[in-house]
Design a protein around this ligand. Structure first.
Ligand code: SF4
Length: 87
C-alpha cells in the first residue's frame, strides 16, 4: 500500500503489514472467483483485528482506491457504501 495524501502514520499500525499483505491484492494474472472469495475473506478477517481500520477505510474512500480490500471492505462494498452515503 502506498500513497502520500494526508497523515499516513496509521499505516505503521496496519494489521496487514508483512507476509499476510498477500491476502489483500489479487495476483497479477487474475484468479478464479472461488480463490478471490477465499482471499478476500482472509483479508477481511485480518481487518477485523486492525486498530486503524477506520483510518484505512477513510483513506481508501478519499483516493477512490479501486483495488483490493481496504478497511475491511472490498471494492464493490466501498462503492456501495459511497453510493449509500451520497443518497
Ligand atoms: S483495515 Fe485492513 S487493509 Fe486497512 S490497514 Fe487494517 S488490516 Fe490493512
Amino acid at each position: 500500500m502506498s500513497g502520500s495524501m494526508g497523515d499516513m502514520k496509521w499505516q505503521q499500525k496496519a494489521a496487514c503489514r508483512g507476509p499476510q499483505a498477500a491476502a489483500f491484492f489479487p495476483p497479477p494474472l487474475g484468479e478464479p472467483r472461488q480463490d478471490k472469495t477465499r482471499r478476500e475473506a482472509q483479508a477481511k478477517a485480518i481487518c477485523q483485528t486492525c486498530s486503524v481500520r477506520r483510518d484505512c477505510l477513510d483513506y481508501a474512500l478519499s483516493i477512490g482506491e479501486r483495488h483490493g480490500v481496504w478497511g475491511g471492505l472490498s471494492v464493490i462494498e466501498r462503492r456501495n457504501l459511497q453510493t449509500a452515503e451520497a443518497s
